[in-house]
Design a protein around this ligand. Structure first.
Ligand SMILES: [Zn+2]
Length: 67
């Protein structure tokens, strides 16, 4: 599980980073995306949570071309 995963708005590409939180919505740092309130939306374009996509980190630390 990637509990600290970042999510990206598919409309304006704003990134929600759990390590930072969201000053606009007064979300404290350390709040996971899944723990955001249901009415949370993109601070830039006001897109709802469903418009956010998980940023995959599978390539970090593993180089498949060197396996
Ligand atoms: Zn957005």
């Amino acid at each position: 599980m990637s509990l600290k995963a970042k999510f990206e708005c598919r409309i304006c590409w704003t990134i929600y980073d759990p390590a930072v939180g969201d000053d606009v919505a007064q979300i404290p740092a350390g709040t996971l995306f899944d723990d955001l309130p249901a009415d949370w939306c993109c601070p830039v374009c006001e897109a709802p949570k469903v418009q956010f996509l998980l940023i995959e980190n599978h390539h970090v630390g593993i180089d498949p071309t060197n396996a």
